[in-house]
Design a protein around this ligand. Sequence first.
Ligand code: CA
Length: 669
Amino acid sequence: MRFKLCTALVLAASSLLAPVTYADTNMEQSYAEWPSYAASDLELKVDGSGTHFTLWSPKADAVEVRLYDTDRNTPAVETLKMHKSDNGTWRVSVPEKLYGKFYTFAVTVDGHQLDETPGVWAKAVGTNGHRAAIIDFANTNPEGWENDRGPVIENITDAVLYEMHHRDMSMHPSSGIVHKGKFLAMTEPMTTSPEGASTGIDHLKELGVTHVHILPSYDYNSVDESNLPANQYNWGYDPYNYNAPEGSYSTDPGNPEARVREMKQMVKALHDAGIGVVMDVVYNHTANNDDSNFSLTAPGYYYRHRADGSYSDASGCGNETASERQQMRDFIINSVKYWAQEYHIDGFRFDLMAIHDIETMNEVAAALKEINPSIFVYGEGWTAGDSPLPAEQRALKENVAKMKDIAVFSDDIRDAIKGHYSNAADPGFATGKPGNEETVKIGIVGATAHPQVDYSKGNNSKFPYASAPTQIVNYVSCHDDLMLTDKLAKSMPGSTEAERQRAARLAQTIVFTSQGTPFMWSGEEIFRDKKGVHNSYKSPDSINAIDWSLKTKNADQFEYYKNLIRLRREHPAFRMTTAEDVARNIVFDKVSTPNIISYSIKNNAGGDAWKEIKLVFNGSKEAYTAKIPKGEWTVVAYDGSINPDGLFTTKGGTMDVPATSALILARVK
Ligand code: CA
């Protein structure tokens, strides 16, 4: 999420409200003195002795719980006064198990009662998430849940990440999927396009990715769950309830158990298919300011402010949260732990991660590794605006060496391969623009220190910021900006579709053979586009949904991606885990021709069966004659074709590398 997706909404909302500002410079400093409370009984606990409510709100004058019979439009059936308790909490208990009821908190601060809120720890909610629900989570587990496990991976670099939105994957009539736009879409086996190609989960299995990265799936604000026939679309970067699934992806948003159960069913189906689930998490800002659940429980505390008391805005969405404060830090850590434990989530992608502080991110990674060593964390190592948090404390790309178990997106390789993200017409290395070679090499070595890579020539970064390739996620395209297909259309004027498909193959071949973890955007493997829309966060399905008929039309493209992924997964040489191995095993050839990169991965790197792999990338418009040392070589990629088992053999000498293509050869001795 880079764009100011929600600024307009925020401004509109704020203009209706009296300017209530709970923070000034002195407050900002005193927040550090507030007590904190992070036990798992926060807000709601049901046990043998009844139902227990615990709200953290240190500066409240009074707090009450309101109980409801339904999720909306009905009056409270009971109001319970809470009493002040330990560590800034307020508590009240009743002896009954209130399963089936809904509740809100109403906090009084400085003499006035704030609007009701479901709290910040609502784990189940009704329609539009305004009321929290009391459910028995044991009833939400699909059959076999206790034995459900995600894929075991040793290092994040063993993952192949596939970023997807629930609606994109299933909404198009050609998906053949029944539960269109729902969590359940990914539970349907044997779905096919009208042409008979597999779609949905079977498509993912066929493609060979290891993990899906699902766009925000917590309860977000923008889609009206009470009006699902309106078929609204949103990416979901406008968090409302962080610890409950989004209702519009369930078959029944009014039934609090449905969204929980159906999300678990999705996770289970993907796990059964051998595919892990990464969640996109957006703790850096909330959809609302003064009327967010944070503000309605502990006004001011959870956010950073400017000197004048206004909300600071490193997210570009009207506010930014304050991870350096204990209660917020604990909230983030316990929230991801909750998703990992209750929903068996296998990884987390942090939106605008640099809004968070380094210490928080390190604690997040450590807490998750303790639950399951296969869980990994990566994020956007940047902010969308300035922050009061000092740069040296931010979880920035440039600071990733201080975050051992965190990876960051490489905007270096992204922009160098395809051209700058913000200039549609700008081509890159793969589309014939010279001057990007050194930045692509930064990507190839996973932004680690390498004796043959001159970081002073890097377009975006000027020093080897990663201490290991496990800290880098390589990509050319994601949900943000023009997706690769559209970027190629804008930056290759006068080109044919076949030429653009060649460029896409070259671009992704660089990504998938580079050190680090490869990441792709859903549908690129069948060359779908988004009709040139660069910020489709609320565009209709006609822009966003994948037309699965393209899988047959572009069958060669799909075959290429499939084989490219297989090549990577079969060869640990592309998945080295230390900077030392990368520096020792990767040797670049001296090349003076623009838009050519030629290098070898030597020494059976990573324990690979292949002694040496030679890769030549030709991003120019002309064929290039490569010198290949004498030997028994198997050619695995040539002229837009790829086969990990080999296309043909050669004894070395010279080889033509046709324009806009990758040559990959391997020898076992
Ligand atoms: Ca929602």
